[in-house]
Design a protein. Structure first.
Length: 323
């Protein structure tokens, strides 16, 4: 009923799963049935390649995408401790990051700045951009191998401290109400206490957060070491140059920046090192044009992702699962 291939023979990911035209094709309902019958095969392929592209199954509406992800996942995760603007469409299904189309979203693994990160991501193309808008993906195992050993050892030994200042309704970045999807401080405090996030309510009713996490981890199933942190994206130098300079001018004290990052021992990260990491991840990434109805399943630990600038309407949905 299906056939598999590499999207590009020169790439190591993603693996493509598509209907076998000689077998009468396959719609979304038949795909779900086939998926459940072959779940161990799919799991093995995802662990091998890091990403699987389901193409040609008609998964081209939010409702169909929601049914598909809920059918093959025991539990879709709700957004919590959010760091980017996105819109919830239905339980467990969101728009992808709502970032200005003219800018690139740098490579990262989802929620790697948090103690609570999803094992799997699902991206669905409802509307492909007229130009650009690809979602590049990179194998984090290969990124780790490519990075200089000194960079890797620093991130392993010192770990990464993520710092955030969330405003209470007005200001640059997200409000704590948006980040935690609540207006109740007690809900935020309970979450932070459960997940070992240090929090502090500020005099202007804003919220300061910090947490220290590993920079390199082992995959929970394969035991392979992988590059897994969001330091390059969290540091303000990741913003476009004009925004970066504007932020440095607006916030005289770096401790007040909407977000920042340092090593776990509070030593600063060299921007030139972060530049090397970003370039390495970009060089290891592959990008393909979206087609309407594509669903990309990503192992969030094995593979990082980003977003290319685009022109014209673009609608990519995302869902997250624990495993």
């Amino acid at each position: 009923m299906i056939k598999t291939r590499l999207l590009n023979p020169d790439w190591t990911l993603p693996l493509v799963i598509e209907p076998n035209s000689g077998n009468g094709g396959c719609d979304a309902n038949r795909l779900v049935a086939w998926y459940k019958e072959n779940e161990s095969f799919i799991d093995d392929q995802l662990l091998k390649y890091g990403a699987i592209l389901f193409r040609g199954f008609g998964l081209s509406t939010p409702a169909v995408f929601a049914r598909f992800t809920r059918s093959i996942s025991s539990h879709l995760l709700e957004s919590m401790e959010e760091n980017v603007p996105r819109t919830k469409l239905t339980s467990g299904v969101y728009t992808s990051t709502e970032y200005p189309p003219e800018y690139m979203l740098s490579m990262h693994s989802e929620y790697s700045y948090s103690h609570r990160w999803p094992g799997k991501l699902f991206f669905c193309c409802i509307t492909a951009a007229k130009e650009g808008g690809e979602t590049p993906i990179a194998d984090n195992r290969e990124v780790l191998k490519e990075l200089d050993s000194k960079i890797v050892s620093d991130f392993k030994e010192k770990k990464v401290k993520y710092l955030r200042n969330l405003h209470s309704g007005q200001g640059f970045g997200l409000s704590w109400q948006t980040a935690f999807q609540t207006t109740e401080k007690s809900v935020v405090e309970e979450y932070c206490n459960k997940t070992s996030v240090h929090f502090e309510w500020k005099q202007d009713d804003g919220l300061r957060l910090s947490q220290t996490l590993a920079g390199v981890i082992t995959h929970p199933r394969t035991g392979e070491p992988v590059w897994f942190n969001q330091a390059p994206q969290f540091h303000p130098s990741d913003y476009p140059q004009e925004i970066y300079q504007s932020l440095l001018s607006a916030y005289k004290n770096e401790d007040e920046l909407p977000q920042n990052v340092c090593f776990g021992d509070d030593t600063p990260m060299d921007t030139s090192v972060l530049h090397i990491v970003r370039e390495t991840m970009r060089n290891k990434a592959v990008a393909f044009p979206w087609q309407q109805g594509d669903v990309l399943m990503v192992d969030n630990v094995l593979a990082s992702h980003g977003r290319m600038p685009f022109v014209g309407p673009r609608k990519i949905l995302v869902a997250m699962a624990e495993k």
